[in-house]
Design a protein. Sequence first.
Length: 527
Amino acid sequence: MQVANGGRRGFLVKAGVVSASLFNPAPFALVWAQHSDGALRLLRLPKIALVIGNGDYKDAPVLKNPLNDAAAIADVLRQTGFQVTLVQNAPRPQMVASLQAYTAALASKKCVGLFYFAGHGLQLAWRNYLLPVDAGIDRIGDVAKQGVDVGGLMESLGKASNAMNMVILDACRENPFGKDSGPEHKGLSQMDAPPSTLLAYATSPGNVASDGTGAHGLYTENLLREIRVKDAKIEDVFKRVRLAVRRKSNGEQIPWESTSLEDDFYFLPPENLRKLSEAEREQLFKEEAAIWDRARNATALAPVEDYLRRYPNGNFSEVAQLKLDRMLAQQGEKPIAVAPASGNPYTKGSASADSRYTVGDTYSYRTIDTLTKVVADRPVIHTVRQVSDDKVFFESGLVTDLLGNELEFSNGMKLSAAQRYPLEYSVGKRWSTRYTEVSPRGGVGQVLFELHVAARETITVPAGSFNAFRIEGIGHVNYPGMYMSAALKLWVAPDQVRRPVATELFRKNNFRILVSDRNELVSFRQA
């Protein structure tokens, strides 16, 4: 992404000539306040949960842990303020009736809801089914008749229109009915979470989970621990669970989530949930940056894991996760793959960033002023000349990290560790970044962005058509004496091309738009 590239975009050298008092408060602060207000609103609502544990199956292998798992989850949820209905060893009529009563309560109370299931589950024709204890699957056609369709539950949650939902499925075990009678695919199928919902699987789509060797399944054992951590946001809880399960299973089981949540939720909230002052935010960022600096330079796993446990959704968590992946691969971990979602009507799919840059990879872009529609005379060409352990160097002067986050631009602009491009792409994913930019003439600006994957869509640029994830971000840039609100859009197709397909960057002050650039991929060549 080219920014501050001469002409009208040379505004950064003028920082300091305009009084900061002329500008509105930072939009990042407003974004933060909205999240705080949303969290407070959720805390005031009633919370209800339906917890089902099925273990004593009639015609399938008995599972030893789901009853313990469900009972323990019900207990910890009661401790955190949920009204809980616990159902164990349920035949199909009881499961269906319990779900109907649960979704009716959600619709009536407009509250926070949580559904947890431990037991057998399987997929068929992209749909997921939870199995009651009386299920007897003799042929594939029996699955829909005797299982409980997760898609039906999701539709009921949508109709309930309550404030927030969590759906947790510890049901990704081996096909319980043998190869002859069950579906071809293992585990559960990928689904996108409906609005205001977090959908969590014990392992990634198309894979299976461990029933555990102790009193609880591996996934639920760690979930129970993390729910009890005070002040942890819900997405922090599940990311810590993912890290712990991955390490305990040596990479054979990696939990997976799809989320469309827009507000923070706490099982055990801070005593005083409030908006932090700018000084407090600055101090917290400095503390996080110091811990990340140790992890970034570490050759051992411990500092990297320590950072990710402390800051699972931190300002450097995406880059930290990539570093962890590479270190574990060097130690022999063989990561499991998410089952392909091509043809699946219930998801936009997911993808991982492609960090396999090689010398000679070339990407050409054209720049368009979105206000005047003027196209720059010459394309910008980036050809890889060197790849290090954590950076990619281009002949144009561009330097990025392995995720594609720019560190130095061709015009001399330098950034500290930005995090605009994530490691994993899926619709609904949210993250934040805070970094410093140094203009070509030495001005230093502080940049904050809140970002999310807004959609997956087809985008056509001169280089062709791409099935891309659209990232949207809003934030601000603050130079001494000059405040700018900022917005960006990034179209990324990581399974097709390593660099972005298109980017849009907007910056403005109270008086005028200062940057309104769109960059489009014209051609590329990569190994």
